[in-house]
Design a protein around this ligand. Structure first.
Ligand SMILES: Cc1ncc(C[n+]2csc(CCOP(=O)(O)OP(=O)(O)O)c2C)c(N)n1
Ligand SMILES: [Mg+2]
Length: 386
């Protein structure tokens, strides 16, 4: 039997029976949804409308621009370190700087961040040290023990689980009556995971103080967005959970920060969670273990390069007389110095003892692992360099 029989449809059986399509059925509309899109600076750095209040203060914009540049200089160095054998693997944030810094800039220190694995811009804003990022990707657990926001979650490679961690933290904040919010970041690919939907559902039904950021960089390793989902936007995935979803230009740091500030204010006031989709582009390989030239059209990457986030903010700052070429050169050399100092700190950190890989998972180590730990210590390369 057809699920929605059309009153006028023939009732015949067999392969030639007319199959009603949904549009033919007399249904009344019981709910309607719209997804909004926000952008303040176009790719040429021209304002497309009135800027939000924080963006009328050049100091605020400069602070974000400096950190976006710093993150990029760090990124280039980290890739070189991996290429020369000083890091195990590294996930580049090239092109994501506005999405990440915009998230960090909107959060308060006491909020809790649940990242995936490439949100350095947000983490640097929150006080994570560059040397800690290097330690992590160099295989040293101590990189996860942030000297800055110790209450933030560690990097999270199991895709989408960080959304559940954020929902859990938000539930704790709500139960304790603390005016704090939890923010998680996930990629476009991650939104196909069950854990993502489960976290959204819980957060919405319990009205939790959480913001779910989707950084849509158009690729999930070699899987393009076009075969990841049939949905027109990723923001609309919020609708099924019963929370607002908004899409922003993820290469426009003003748009990202503005949407995040609105979502966080709503969450803090008890209004519940929001999903913010930041549309950007992954300009680099997925990680240093990947070679995107095997599956991506170079013309697509080239086109995206012209749309990257630093250009437009630099142009805008130049237009309002807040930035010039001398300042740019001075900033680049300051960033290089800062990154070199972080690299020095990293390479000079004594390697952790070989047994450390067993030390942080169990309260009481199972017997089999005790034996492995002893073997690791006996044959380990303690005292070697990175
Ligand atoms: C549960 C789980 N499944 C698969 C993987 C392997 N994996 C690592 S990154 C990735 C793609 C993620 O793409 P996306 O969510 O778009 O984030 P992006 O890396 O593009 O920022 C996959 C499938 C994993 N880490 N965890
Ligand atoms: Mg992606």
């Amino acid at each position: 039997m057809a699920l929605f029989p059309h009153p006028a449809a023939p009732r015949g059986k067999g392969p030639h029976r007319a199959v009603p399509v949904l549009e033919e059925i007399r249904l009344k509309t019981i709910a309607e949804f719209k997804i909004g899109y926000s952008q303040f600076l176009d790719p040429d750095g021209k304002p497309v409308g009135e800027l939000p209040e924080f963006a009328r203060d050049p100091e605020q914009l400069l602070r974000m621009y400096r950190l976006m540049t710093e993150t990029r200089v760090f990124d280039t160095k980290a890739i070189n370190l991996q290429r020369t054998g000083k890091l195990g693997t590294y996930a580049s944030s090239l092109g994501h700087e506005a999405a990440h810094v915009g998230v960090g800039a909107a959060m308060r220190e006491e909020d809790c961040f649940a990242p995936m694995y490439r949100e350095y811009g947000a983490q640097f804003w929150r006080g994570v040290k560059m040397s800690e990022v290097l330690l992590y990707w160099g295989g040293d657990e101590r990189g996860n023990d942030f000297s800055g926001p110790a209450h933030d979650f560690a990097w999270c490679v199991p895709i989408a689980t960080q959304c559940l961690h954020a929902a859990g933290a938000a539930l704790a904040f709500k139960l304790r009556g603390e005016p704090r919010c939890a923010v998680s970041v996930i990629g476009d690919g991650g939104t196909s995971e069950g854990n993502f939907y489960e976290a959204l559902n819980l957060a919405a039904v319990r009205k939790l103080p959480a913001v779910f950021v989707v950084v849509n960089n158009k690729w999930a390793i070699s899987v393009p967005l076009s075969i990841q989902t049939a949905a027109e936007t990723l923001a609309q995935k919020a609708v099924a959970a019963g929370m607002p979803g908004v899409q922003v230009d993820g290469n426009d740091v003003i748009a990202v920060r503005d949407a995040m500030e609105t979502a966080l204010a709503r969450a803090r006031a008890g209004g519940g969670p929001t999903l913010v989709e930041a549309v950007t582009y992954r300009l680099s390989d997925h990680t240093t273990a990947d070679d995107a030239s095997r599956y991506r059209d170079p013309a697509e990457v080239e086109a995206a390069r012209g749309n990257e986030p630093l250009i437009r903010l630099r142009k805008y700052l130049g237009t309002i007389g807040a930035w010039d070429e001398d300042q740019e050169q001075a900033l680049l050399s300051q960033c290089a110095e800062k990154v070199e100092a972080a690299v020095k700190e990293y390479v000079e950190t004594p390697v952790q003892p070989s047994g450390a890989m067993f030390d942080y998972m169990y309260a009481t180590l199972p017997q089999a692992m005790k034996e492995q730990r002893e073997t690791a210590i006996r044959y380990g390369a303690d005292g070697g360099d990175h």
